[in-house]
Design a protein around this ligand. Structure first.
Ligand SMILES: [Mg+2]
Length: 401
């Protein structure tokens, strides 16, 4: 089965929602500079969605399609225009004529072709192609991806509610977290806004948030905290020691992703497990984390770290090192297949970014969403992604040829 064309379509539509989708943002490494610390949540969304008022949001998503000479088309996404441009300029001419089912061969060739692109946006492009090829493999076999991967280990599993975008003032956070617990979620992750530059008052705010969340959800629901690469070693250890009494399940990305040794020191000394890896790439990046003992939970993202092919290698390595692998929530429909094909001991949970998924799954006919806090994997062939034409107000073919 030969690849005959690679196409990119930018879809535009209007999402209606009665919830305020971006009340708060996460802390960022650049927030050590006051002029950036002052930036708000809505300034972070440029290019992917725009608030129109009256509960309406304009949404843009780019979908990648790979056509074959047997009439099967694989799709993946959403992706950014930058990533589409990268696939078009660096990979498209090489891909045309390749055997679409030979995913391992194509991955190896893409990697060797893009030797400058081992991390970052080039690897996003490799991931998008690889994921679309797995969609083709599934459609060719008329099987959902999880069947191709040897699953299901189970078809329904607990999702954790990631609260990115929700207000974190104590009153609102308590109400939201209680709502998640009432809905059936068994775990919820929250994003702090304070770091070393905010001194002791900021540190107390972080701890108060965790105390409030624990009081809100009771003893039986897990709480996770994400520092998004914005703390340092000393601050992370102080936070871990002060938050430990509220039993967080993990503290995420407590130092910069390149500071693997620092993260390993925190993990060795912290009373709370450390997680990370969403800003790391491929099996080789993961190996450094595993060998250093940097994390107890590794969180590679399926649309960033190299796609389904690479995730399978990362899962295998995680199981050998005794580290849980719970993919970052950038692609819930694909992650559901991966989760359904791994041991529940290795991948016990799936991340669900409650607000973010309203945007990134907006154009899918069958968005994969939790019911009572649990996600069930799709039985449609391949990745199970199909564009819902009713939601597309306009479409633009991206063509740089
Ligand atoms: Mg994270």
């Amino acid at each position: 089965m030969k690849i005959t064309d690679i196409r990119f379509e930018q879809l535009e539509g209007v999402l209606e929602s009665d919830i305020d989708l971006f009340r708060e943002r996460l802390i960022r490494p650049i927030d050590i500079y006051p002029e950036h610390r002052a930036e708000g949540a809505k300034e972070m969304s440029a290019g992917r969605f725009q608030e129109l008022g009256d509960g309406k949001w304009r949404v843009w998503n780019v979908v990648l399609s790979i056509d074959t000479d047997e009439g099967i088309t694989g799709i993946s996404g959403p992706m950014s225009v930058n990533e589409a441009f990268f696939v078009n300029s660096q990979l498209k001419s090489f891909l045309i004529g390749q055997d679409a089912l030979a995913t391992e061969l194509i991955w190896d060739k893409m990697y060797r072709l893009l030797i400058h692109g081992r991390k970052g946006e080039a690897m996003f492009a490799v991931s998008a192609v690889d994921n679309a090829l797995w969609d083709i493999r599934g459609k060719a076999a008329n099987l959902p991806l999880y069947r191709l991967l040897g699953g299901p280990t189970r078809k329904t599993f607990p999702a954790y509610a990631s609260a990115l975008g929700f207000a974190i003032n104590l009153e609102d956070a308590a109400a939201t977290a209680r709502g998640f617990a009432d809905e059936g979620y068994t775990a919820t992750k929250w994003f702090v806004r304070n770091g070393p530059m905010d001194g002791e008052p900021g540190a107390r705010k972080n701890v108060e948030l965790v105390r409030t969340l624990r009081e809100a959800v009771g003893p039986d629901v897990d709480i996770m905290i994400d520092a998004w690469n914005s703390w340092d070693m000393r601050y992370a250890l102080d936070m871990a020691n002060r938050m430990a009494e509220f039993r967080p399940r993990w503290l995420e990305e407590v130092v910069k992703p390149d500071d693997i040794q620092g993260q390993a020191r925190v993990n060795a000394l912290s009373p709370v497990p450390i997680s990370g890896g969403e800003h790391e790439y491929t099996r080789w990046g993961a190996r450094e984390y595993f060998e250093a003992g940097a994390v107890d939970v590794y969180q590679a993202d399926t649309v960033w770290a190299g796609g389904v092919s690479e995730m399978l290698k990362i899962f295998a390595m995680g199981s050998a090192f005794g580290v849980e692998v719970i993919p970052h929530g950038g692609a819930v429909p694909i992650n559901a297949h991966l989760t359904a094909a791994q041991s529940p001991a290795l991948t016990p949970l799936i991340e669900y970014l409650v607000h973010w998924n309203e945007f990134i799954q907006f154009f899918w006919k069958d968005p994969v969403k939790p019911v009572n806090g649990y996600i069930t994997v799709s039985d449609l062939p391949g990745l199970g992604l199909e564009v819902d034409e009713a939601k597309v107000e306009s479409r633009q073919t991206l063509d740089w040829s």
